[in-house]
Design a protein around this ligand. Structure first.
Ligand SMILES: Cc1cc2nc3c(=O)[nH]c(=O)nc-3n(C[C@H](O)[C@H](O)[C@H](O)COP(=O)(O)OP(=O)(O)OC[C@H]3O[C@@H](n4cnc5c(N)ncnc54)[C@H](O)[C@@H]3O)c2cc1C
Length: 238
């Protein structure tokens, strides 16, 4: 994550980065292990419950490779990766609310005759600017480490006007019933209660006032526990 000083100086939204190991080897132990075990399972009956020799050799290679990973993780605190592997650097950025982003019902219908959802979603420029500045800072600091080279995607430039093509969504649907301090600024108050309704609550990532830069589920669970406590106390009283 960028430091608070950098965030204030450059006016960045919240961002974070994570490493994603990419093996350029044809042999990827983890992926191979899953598919091989599945194949062995399916073929068990076919081979009269005997595993063919070629599968045993492959299985041994996988076990050795996975054992190396576990060894490196336990003793050196790093994940073993073959020499020519690469690491993807994924940057995740927060989005500030935009009243023009919305979900409405489309005219088109699905197979069951229900109207499809129509999503209008624009990624704010400030998120892109934050991604570019943060990525360049990361590159600078990471390249201070011996042997590390970072190649940023060509599109990672502030002047890239079609930046949304270089951004992938992250499956974290949020907002729509945002939490607010004041009635006219959102849908629910700080207790998840819908403004103006005594017995209506929303407990979901829908109440997030902005999209975070990180995974939402633990926050949703914390909100759910807090609401459950509140409602159980209310039930005991009445
Ligand atoms: C592929 C994927 C990977 C993810 N990975 C992670 C992750 O690793 N970590 C993380 O923190 N988050 C992850 N998320 C995000 C996380 O799943 C969501 O943020 C979270 O589920 C949101 O919870 P919610 O209760 O707000 O909404 P939902 O989980 O979407 O629940 C809404 C519920 O309402 C129901 N519903 C909708 N319309 C109606 C209706 N008209 N009547 C009755 N019921 C209705 C739906 O069936 C659904 O059960 C991931 C999401 C996806 C899609």
């Amino acid at each position: 994550m960028p430091s608070e000083t950098l965030q204030k100086k450059e006016k960045l939204v919240n961002c974070s980065a994570l490493f994603d190991f990419l093996s350029t080897n044809k042999f990827n132990a983890k992926r191979e292990a899953y598919s091989l075990l599945k194949r062995i399972g399916f073929n068990c009956k076919k081979y009269n419950y005997k595993i063919p020799t070629f599968n045993i050799i492959k299985l041994l290679r996988i076990i050795i490779s996975l054992a190396k990973s576990v060894f490196a993780l336990i003793f050196y605190r790093f994940y073993y990766a073959p020499e020519n592997s690469k690491i993807n650097l994924n940057v995740i950025a927060e989005q500030i609310p935009n009243k023009h982003n919305k979900i409405t019902l489309a005219k088109e219908k699905d197979l069951h005759g229900n109207r499809l959802a129509k999503i209008e979603w624009n990624i704010p420029k400030i998120s892109w600017r934050s991604i570019v500045i943060f990525s360049n800072k990361l590159k600078y600091h990471l390249e201070n480490i011996d042997g590390v080279r970072v190649t940023l995607n060509e599109g990672v430039q502030i002047k890239n006007l079609e930046y949304s093509k270089d951004i992938d969504p992250l499956y974290h649907h949020m907002g729509g019933c945002r939490m607010s301090e004041k009635l006219n600024e959102g849908v629910v108050n700080r207790d998840l209660q819908v403004w103006g309704h005594l017995n209506l609550y929303v407990c979901s990532s829908a109440v997030f006032p902005t999209s975070s830069h990180s995974n939402p589920t633990l926050t949703i669970l914390a909100l759910a526990c807090r609401l459950a406590n509140k409602l159980s106390k209310y039930k005991r009283k009445h």
